[in-house]
Design a protein around this ligand. Structure first.
Ligand code: SAM
Length: 319
């Protein structure tokens, strides 16, 4: 550890002069910072403020309402585990739905699978997609140009209500649970997701908050998912752009991804011609599912099922 460095904003200003210091709170008592060189583009839509900034640590970063969504430099540590475990473990993923995900980075990973013939996106904010097409094309590798893709500008919940029985894999890449995304974290919504599967092999993926910075939200999301799906496998990944250890839930009524062996995952990736991943392979498929003992204890503690009648979380906070 470098003992000579004294903490504090004044010190950061000295070592990185003429930078805006961007702070993001992960709970009322803890958060992280990075330095911003300049704001590249700032706009606002009906739903949120949208800004692209140039940073020293992450390259370009997309902020929605001043919350980090995606960065240029190591976004793969989030997008790979959000996509590949489900697409490698489903026997034949053809029809995929993305709820949210307006930056397009999940799409880039999904489109690597030749079996996938149809990708629907249900994103509430046309402004984010327009912005991502224009400014994030190098990160999402022009995913929005794909002929397999259909964009639906709509509330993800409304879309799910209107499309039962259509999807092999549903991936929810959603802002944290408040504002327009609040009603997409309830057991009522997860039952609608189950109804939208094309077969009993259907799989659902979502980020399930951080066991470190939002332990109550993490526990409640897990409990809510387990009230609807038989298998809720959690993956734990350190995601630098979100500042902390994060969790991703892979859920199904019949597919238990913990039973899929590393060699089978490697074979699936190879069969699909995927050889450019940075964090996901057979070995990490297994490793990411191993909880630290404190997480196992946390998961045994009482937690509340989140419902439409009570969609709030015990550790909700707004700044
Ligand atoms: N990976 C990011 C994270 O967890 O910070 C999320 C990225 S993605 C940009 C989140 C998207 O969810 C945003 O574009 C936002 O507009 C969209 N969104 C929020 N509420 C929604 C809803 N009810 N239906 C569909 N999309 C929604």
């Amino acid at each position: 550890m470098q003992k000579s460095i004294r903490p504090g904003v004044a010190h950061i200003n000295r070592i990185a002069p003429r930078r805006r210091i961007f702070f993001e709170a992960l709970n009322p008592y803890f958060g992280y910072f990075y330095t911003v060189n300049k704001s590249i583009r700032k706009t606002s839509s009906f739903f949120q403020n949208i800004e692209l900034v140039e940073t020293d640590e992450f390259g370009k970063v997309l902020l929605l309402d001043n919350i980090t969504q995606v960065c240029e430099r190591n976004e793969y540590s989030y997008h790979e585990p959000m996509v590949h475990p489900a697409l490698c473990c489903h026997p034949k993923p053809e029809s995929v739905l993305v709820i949210g995900g307006g930056d397009g980075c999940l799409l880039r990973e999904i489109l690597k699978y030749p079996t996938v013939t149809r990708v629907e996106v249900a994103e509430i904010d046309h402004g984010v997609i327009h912005f991502a097409k224009k400014y994030l094309a190098a990160i999402n590798r022009n995913a929005f140009e794909s002929g397999r893709l259909h964009i639906n500008i709509t509330d993800g919940r409304k879309y799910i209500e209107e499309h039962p029985g259509e999807f092999d894999v549903i991936i929810m890449d959603m802002t944290d649970p408040f504002g327009p995304s609040k009603m997409l974290y309830t057991s009522n919504f997860f039952r609608l997701i189950r109804r939208a599967f094309r077969s009993e092999k259907g799989m659902f993926v979502m980020h399930s908050e951080s066991p470190v910075s939002r332990p109550a939200a993490f526990s409640c999301i897990g409990k809510t998912l387990r009230s609807v799906f038989t298998y809720v496998n959690l993956l734990y990944c350190y995601i630098q752009m979100y500042g902390v250890l994060w969790s991703i839930a892979v859920c199904s009524s019949t597919v238990d991804i913990s039973l899929i062996k590393p060699a089978a995952i490697d074979r699936m990736l190879q069969k699909n011609g995927i050889d450019d991943l940075q964090v996901y392979n057979g070995a990490t498929h297994a490793a990411m599912q191993v909880p630290y003992p404190y997480i196992t204890k946390l998961l045994r503690k009482p937690a509340r099922i989140i419902t439409d009648n009570r969609p709030d979380f015990p550790d909700d906070f707004i700044f």
